[in-house]
Design a protein around this ligand. Structure first.
Ligand code: PMT
Length: 360
């Protein structure tokens, strides 16, 4: 039996994984954009951060109808990108297509519909009898929206923000590898801030169904096995898969961990690598984050729990095995439409010693 990725050396896992998939169609275009972006900022000696954001998908079929998704709205990545921009960084924002983006995130969440920020202007003399009155931002949102708009415009006009989308875990891996290599000339001015929620399990291409998996009976001459990614048909609980079962059995392999390769090979010498660790069981979080730091020997792991991720994070670094940053209830800020977001935490992470910021 072929060895699993976990049993391979990182370099071998890299070559096997990347040879199995064709590169994403958009990769050459993204690479060209990234090269131009990097060149520009190297010339200006500006710090450049690659922020990854959103969840990756694992398709169940080559012609994909169904897929497994990873949780992430993109709030952490999009918010952090804004703070990096404010600190003078140029940002490559590698994000899940249609997840939240820096700046527009303030108005695009489903509970934060941009139409709620707008109104028809009172008719002027010229438009008194017309149905074509001007649309304006409601007066109570003017200041906040002007502020966001100016920052957005500044980032765009000064070429500080490059938006590159991905969808599947394979696309994410190809993009991450290429971008890290393209960032080589940035050297110690490069930062990798990996907030994306990357799939841990996937179906290798060689075992993936080509067409949509069928849920209803087909005449015998059409029938194919419905066990996705299965080498042997059904291995659950010592049961045989009953003939004509409508169960869908999914057999997933572990995704190779490429953080090793990023730290030791792809990323520029002297650059900084920050990864995130998401858990739901509080008793596991610090252990898992510390283990990740030891395993990959990078600079910082930021741990967070699904239920409290907007209010507290734990920093695990070689110097500080456990440092919590918490935003107290009184400072859990609201976005301009009144929906709570994580600006408070970003402020706390930036300021660290604000009067309301608790660390322990
Ligand atoms: O977007 P939000 O809704 O605001 O949510 C933000 C978040 C909770 C998703 C974010 O704060 C977060 O915790 N992201 C990381 C989620 C996670 O635990 O990812 P992971 O276990 O799949 O990966 C851990 C790290 O290893 C990641 O930084 C990833 O880049 C890296 N990794 C993972 C898998 C893999 N095959 N190779 C990798 O290099």
């Amino acid at each position: 039996m072929a060895p699993s990725f976990g049993e391979m050396e990182p370099a071998e896992a890299e070559s096997v994984y990347f040879n199995e998939y064709p590169p994403p169609k958009a990769l050459p275009k993204h690479e060209a954009l990234a090269r131009a972006f990097v060149e520009l900022h190297v010339e200006d000696k500006r710090r450049v951060v690659l922020v990854t954001s959103g969840g990756t998908t694992v398709p169940l079929e080559t012609q994909t109808v169904r897929f497994i998704d990873n949780f992430s709205a993109g709030t952490r990545g999009a918010t952090s990108a804004e703070y990096f921009l404010e600190q003078g960084y140029a940002v490559i924002f590698l994000h899940r297509q249609y997840s939240l983006l820096p700046y527009s995130r303030h108005y695009s969440h489903s509970t934060n519909c941009f139409l709620d920020f707008m109104d028809e202007a009172p008719p002027t003399d010229a438009s008194a009898d017309s149905d074509h009155g001007r649309i304006v931002v409601r007066s109570e949102y003017q200041d906040a929206m002007r502020d966001v708009l100016r920052k957005y415009r500044y980032a765009k006009q000064h070429n500080r923000l490059l938006l590159l989308p991905f969808t599947t875990v394979a696309e994410y891996m190809f993009e991450l590898r290429s971008l890290a290599k393209i960032m080589q000339p940035i050297g110690a001015n490069a930062l990798f801030y990996l907030a994306a929620a990357v799939s841990d399990f996937f179906i290798p291409r060689s075992r993936m169904a080509e067409h949509k998996i069928q849920s209803s009976e087909l005449p015998a001459h059409f029938q194919k096995d419905n066990s996705v990614g299965a080498e042997e048909i059904y291995t659950g609980e010592n049961e045989e898969k009953p003939a004509n079962s409508k169960k869908l059995v999914i057999n997933l392999d572990p995704v190779p961990k490429f953080l090793h390769r990023l730290v030791d090979g792809w990323a520029p010498e002297g650059s900084m690598v920050v990864s995130f660790k998401l858990e739901t069981d509080p008793s596991l979080l610090v252990y898992k984050a510390q283990t990740a730091l030891q395993r990959y020997s990078h600079h910082l792991v930021i741990g967070n729990l699904l239920s409290t991720r907007k209010w507290e994070v734990v920093f695990i670094s070689p110097d500080q095995p456990e440092r919590w940053i918490r935003v107290p209830k009184s400072r859990r800020s609201k976005s301009i439409s009144g929906v709570e977001d994580q600006v408070g935490l970003a402020e706390a992470m930036k300021g660290e010693k604000g009067p309301d910021t608790q660390t322990d």
